[in-house]
Design a protein around this ligand. Structure first.
Ligand SMILES: [Fe+2]
Length: 330
């Protein structure tokens, strides 16, 4: 079964020039029928209650049928239309969104979480009066947080979307079931008007190895490989491995303790309690934003007043905690 029914070449210029693309009838008819079946019967998908925002929408993780060429067909299409690096394409979300009957007809605009370099909406059931509204020509700063709501919480009153978008040019898309819309989700303010009853499949992608929610099938495979590598080394040296910051890393924070307001460092993976890290370990994480051999990482970032052994021990701890991962050899 195909997922899409369009030639990416036909939409590449549109996306490059205007920062979004509306692909009328872009979903393959057979796949659309499958999505509509799932939409009608959300019992077939696992409900993720922790995502539910009351009065707005329910979200459920969507499992693609095994008969689709998932995720490669999506990677091929989005890399081509949006100009992303095909080799490093990463899926960061695949949720069916079901807007509740009491969803606000005029919600506040939001920007999707940081990993949503491209947000792809597949329209399943769209009420006649519902519209997807994008602001692709103004205020395109990146949401650096791993949640839409976190960006809103960090804005000052004069930076809120309802203030900065007052004179912005809006694009109102009257999408219909079967349509596909692609836009820069983490950089574009957007909202859905008259959303009550609408059902969409949203897939979010990037080409920089970021999948905090762990929804790309290859993210778990990478973690598995890391744990196998650690087990095989059995406390000995990790020879010749290439490491990178984990796809699941959610945040790194400086926190002030109660009482004497001492600064401590902590990191967290999505959905897990934070763990303390040292300044030396933070240097390793900074250095591992790009994939590199562990030996070189330690050389460049680690030693800084510490022994090589200590730096390797720091790296090993970050691998164990899941802040770093070992990449499989190409
Ligand atoms: Fe969104």
């Amino acid at each position: 079964m195909h997922i899409f029914a369009f030639d990416p070449e036909d939409y590449r210029d549109q996306y490059q020039q205007q920062g979004w693309a509306h692909i009328r009838g872009g979903i393959d008819p057979e796949f659309l029928a499958e999505l509509q079946r799932v939409g009608r019967d959300l019992a077939h998908v696992e409900k993720l209650d922790r995502f539910a925002i009351k009065g707005k929408k329910e979200q459920a993780l969507y499992e693609f049928p095994v008969s689709t060429r998932y995720p490669d067909e999506i990677f091929d299409a989005v890399a081509s239309v949006c100009g992303l690096e095909r080799d490093s394409m990463t899926l960061s979300e695949r949720h069916i969104q079901l807007y509740e009957p009491d969803a606000s007809p005029h919600p506040q605009a939001h920007k999707d979480r940081f990993p949503s370099q491209v947000s792809v909406g597949l329209s399943i059931a769209i009420p006649e009066q519902s519209r997807l509204v994008l602001y692709p020509y103004d205020c395109r700063e990146l949401n650096p947080f791993n949640a839409a709501a976190a960006l809103i919480r960090h804005l000052q009153p004069n930076e809120l979307p309802e203030v900065v978008l007052r004179d912005a040019r809006e694009v109102e898309i009257a999408d219909r079931p079967g349509d596909v819309v692609m836009f820069g989700g983490s950089t574009t303010w957007h909202l859905r008007r008259h959303a009550a009853g609408a059902i969409n499949l949203y897939v979010k992608l990037n080409d920089f190895d970021c999948d905090p929610l762990g929804e790309d099938p290859r993210t778990a495979v990478r973690r598995e490989h890391t744990l196998e590598t650690l087990a095989a080394a059995n406390g000995g040296p990790l020879d010749g491995v290439t490491v990178k910051v984990s796809r699941r890393l959610d945040s790194i924070a400086r926190r002030l303790t109660l009482g004497d307001l001492q600064e401590v460092l902590e990191a967290s993976l999505y959905g897990s309690e934070p763990f303390g890290i040292t300044a030396a370990q933070l240097r390793l994480l900074r250095g591992a934003r790009e994939a590199k051999p562990l030996d070189r990482l330690v050389e460049e970032m680690g030693t800084n007043g510490r022994s090589r052994e200590d730096a390797f021990a720091d790296a090993t701890r970050l691998l164990e905690l899941g802040a770093l991962d070992v990449l499989a050899e190409a």
